[in-house]
Design a protein around this ligand. Structure first.
Ligand code: PMV
Length: 333
């Protein structure tokens, strides 16, 4: 067999309406649909170099240069499905690199599994709907298969065939919209999203109300906000949804504390700034970690960055450039 190799990258996506809770743990079927924005490929992404040749006797994976087991249900399910669909059974070598902190609430697993599935599909010359395969690696990974604004539909089928992601608006639809990432901590989170979700599904009385009646309406409202490029509505819905997700974390027993003091300061800063401007110029959202993702329009980025630098001085002069704009990393707070 001749050697074949592929290199490709997959971007991180940031959920504006969050996925939290599974109705099927094995197939990774969510309780509710979710909607995200995919960041620019060059800025915050996973890059994979994958190859196969006769000298390889077993599958192997390294992440940021360190060996990593592929012998977990999530990796196995992605690999098996790709092999079944393509009819290719050769062993693969996968070198995966993230250009951002891994497992710190910056959606590293989303970019990682999206990249794994896409690069192996290229290697195996498989041309089909891939988001449902990426979903089996990490739920939110299915949204990283597309750029722009992406919805992951929860689906209704028990085999998960209709639980897929699709692009709602393209990456060029709202060029003024920027995402700033404030890296508050680059430490691995103490409770993984999967474990946190399991705990919430078991113990939170609020999670079903959110999934059944709040999220479906919010998804419609946020799609309208995006279609009208209505920043105020987009930012408010995003902030409310982030707050509700963290309220569910608090409603979980034992509670899940993903935000820290700095995250709370950032939330206060955003609301104070909007009040002083007498309009909504800034929005925030936080995943399962303390790092903030801020939504802002291009014309206000400079002013917002100046305020962030003033309130959160950092000795780290390497500005993390993310999304469609500059973002800062106040890691020294
Ligand atoms: O895909 P997972 O298992 O890493 O879960 C992601 C969960 C959140 O980031 C908190 C929300 C989301 O929709 O991305």
């Amino acid at each position: 067999m001749t050697r074949r190799e592929v290199e490709c990258s997959a971007p991180v996506n940031i959920a504006l309406i969050k996925y939290w809770g599974k109705r099927d743990e094995n197939l990774i079927l969510p309780l509710n649909s979710s909607l995200s924005i995919t960041l620019d490929q060059e800025e915050l992404c996973t890059t994979n170099y994958v190859y196969t040749d006769t000298a390889i006797s077993q599958d192997s994976l390294t992440i940021n240069g360190l060996p990593h087991s592929l012998d977990t249900p999530r990796y196995l399910s992605c690999l098996q499905t790709l092999r079944q669909l393509s009819g290719r059974h050769e062993r693969v070598w996968i070198e995966s690199t993230n250009n951002f902190p891994t497992a710190a609430g910056l959606a590293s697993s989303a970019a990682g599994f999206a990249c794994l599935v896409y690069s192996l599909a290229q290697l195996f010359q498989l041309d089909c709907e891939l988001s449902a395969i990426a979903r089996r690696g990490s739920g939110s990974a299915c949204r990283s298969m597309y750029g722009g604004f992406v919805e992951w539909k929860r689906g209704v089928l028990s085999n998960g065939e209709d639980s897929i992601a699709y692009q709602v608006f393209s990456e060029d639809y709202w060029p003024e919209l920027q995402v700033l990432i404030l890296v508050v901590s680059d430490q691995k989170k103490s409770v993984s999203s999967s474990h946190g979700m399991q705990r919430s599904v078991k113990t939170s009385p609020l999670i079903n109300t959110r999934a059944e009646s709040i999220v479906p309406e919010r998804i419609q409202l946020i799609k309208t906000a995006i279609s009208e490029r209505n920043f105020e509505s987009l930012a408010k819905l995003t902030m409310m949804d982030s707050n509700q997700f963290h309220a569910i974390c608090m409603d979980t027993l034992p509670p899940l504390f993903y935000l820290n003091e700095v995250s709370h300061k950032i939330i206060n800063m955003v609301h104070r700034y909007n009040e002083q401007c007498s309009e909504v110029r800034l929005g925030y959202t936080f995943d399962a970690g303390p790092n903030a993702c801020l939504l802002v329009q291009k014309q206000h980025v400079k002013q917002v960055l100046a305020i962030i630098h003033y309130l959160f001085p950092t000795s780290n002069e390497d500005k993390f450039v993310i999304g469609k704009s500059n973002s800062v990393s106040p890691t020294d707070l």
